[in-house]
Design a protein. Structure first.
Length: 176
């Protein structure tokens, strides 16, 4: 799946969705910035490998966004969904030894997103958090990230994701 080759038709489809009031805020932000992307809908009960397969992507192209509190701020880490966050690397990189993952209902309170659907592109209310993207994203033509709504993701080129989220790229993930 490549957004670059289909960007014109994808943009038209996304604009059509917006015209009928169905565009997600993340999609609208990407449209406003004229960033090629594709909205991908899936069963929210599926696991990451099944979502990636359904989108025609490799399992390492499905990314998850994890919210963290790095006193006194909230930051987002976007990593392959099949890997684990290297929390020690995040603590070291942020210079904050008390950095911790935000879980459960606190995710919604602190980011505006439900747990499991945090978007690295746009936070409800227009708030911006620092976004960190795992460097492995740059190994792919496109990645699939959460859109902010359960059962919907955005297929986007990694360079465009870096631009849209003002992301800092680094090694954030590890195998268990």
């Amino acid at each position: 799946m490549s957004c670059a080759g289909r960007s014109h038709s994808l943009t038209l489809l996304a604009r059509k969705a917006w015209l009928v009031g169905m565009a997600l805020p993340t999609v609208q932000a990407l449209l406003d910035a004229q960033i090629p992307h594709e909205l991908y809908r899936y069963d929210p009960g599926l696991d990451a490998p099944s979502i990636a397969e359904g989108a025609g992507l490799g399992v390492d192209q499905k990314f998850q966004t994890i919210a963290l509190v790095a006193m006194p701020r909230v930051v987002l880490a976007c990593i392959p969904a099949t890997l684990s966050l290297d929390l020690e690397a995040m603590r070291e990189g942020l210079g904050e030894p008390r950095t911790a993952v935000i879980e459960g209902p606190a995710v919604k309170r602190m980011t505006g997103f439900d747990a499991g659907s945090v978007s690295p592109v746009l936070v409800p209310g227009g708030r911006r958090f620092a976004v960190y993207l795992d460097a492995s994203a740059l190994d792919h033509q496109v990645v699939l990230v959460d859109s902010g709504e359960a059962g919907a993701g955005v297929v986007i080129a990694p360079g465009d994701l870096v631009h849209a989220a003002a992301a800092v790229v680094g090694v954030l993930a590890k195998r268990d």
